[in-house]
Design a protein around this ligand. Sequence first.
Ligand code: APR
Ligand code: ZN
Ligand code: ZN
Length: 361
Amino acid sequence: MAQQVQAVIAPGRNEPVRVETIVIPDPGPGEAVVKIQACGVCHTDLHYKQGGINDEFPFLLGHEAAGVVESVGEGVTDVAPGDFVILNWRAVCGQCRACLRGRPWYCFDTHNAKQKMTLLDGTELSPALGIGAFAEKTLVASGQCTKVDPEVAPEVAGLLGCGVMAGIGAAINTGQVGRGDSVAVIGCGGVGDAAVAGSRLAGAAKIIAVDIDDRKLETAKKMGATHTVNSRTTDPVEAIRALTDGNGADVVIEAVGRPETYEQAFYARDLAGTVVLVGVPTPDMKLELPLLDVFGRGGSLKSSWYGDCLPSRDFPMLVDLHQQGRLDLAAFVTETIGLGDIEQAFARMHDGDVLRSVVVF
Ligand code: APR
Ligand code: ZN
Ligand code: ZN
């Protein structure tokens, strides 16, 4: 039987979000209904609200979530009612060319629930990133559910569903940071700090945090940065070179998404180094580089999608590392809030006051 729950909707471009009753259908074939326990507030939710992603209002926001599977539809064998899961927004198909070549993080046939959640008047909702978890319950494809250790705190686990995974994965999956490497992370918000934490986990010898805000640099130190550079007052490329015997870093991770920081990342790497781009630019942004510099520098330039993660491999591993005290995911949770506090959380995010606000149910 379809059920009604409370959820946060973005009704139209730049309109304030509001709590509404929504209708969740019973799970169909390949689908699951998940009772949400916690969901982080991510920049992408704000972009949806601002109409920056597409115009398919009303959106059901929220996508960094963890909870318990309530019911599953026909043919679902990967999860069962009662399982504690983290939701992911790229349920890979296992059959496309990318999947068959062993690179499922490039899967171009990811899938979400087929049925629609609606408002009480029947208006269909567009769930943010195919999830929609600022809701007491949500409907997803079963492949979007990854089972992890149920002992972990939900507000910590949920963060792995997006920003924290993107940052850690940029370091350990895309950048392949190894023991003894030097790493520079440009932009130390939630994603950059996660890249710092991932680099520490991977055994990097030097982790240079770069930001324009001293408060962010202090937090980055707690996450494992060994050196900090305020790029408002100091040229970050020169500073990174000076800290790496004039060579540049083995891995430079860009976590801002702006032309000037892309350029800094390009020049701050060792000639054989790797640049990892995890900051997402806007369509109007361009970067102009002398071709001789592009040709003359070896190494590699990579973009990192969702931390090039494989949820079924990476989520349980990172939860276990957190539970063992080797990865402090709780440090990313600045505050826990209620479903009615999301507008304020967006404002605090905009002012740079929080790493993550997490809605708990
Ligand atoms: N140089 C260095 N740091 C900068 C600059 C700059 N020119 N401009 C902004 N920053 C810093 C901010 O001070 C902040 O600490 O970059 C950080 C960005 O952090 P958040 O706004 O918290 O964003 P976050 O959630 O970490 O995401 C960063 O990664 O996945 C992408 O879409 C995401 O593009 C976004 C980026
Ligand atoms: Zn695929
Ligand atoms: Zn997100």
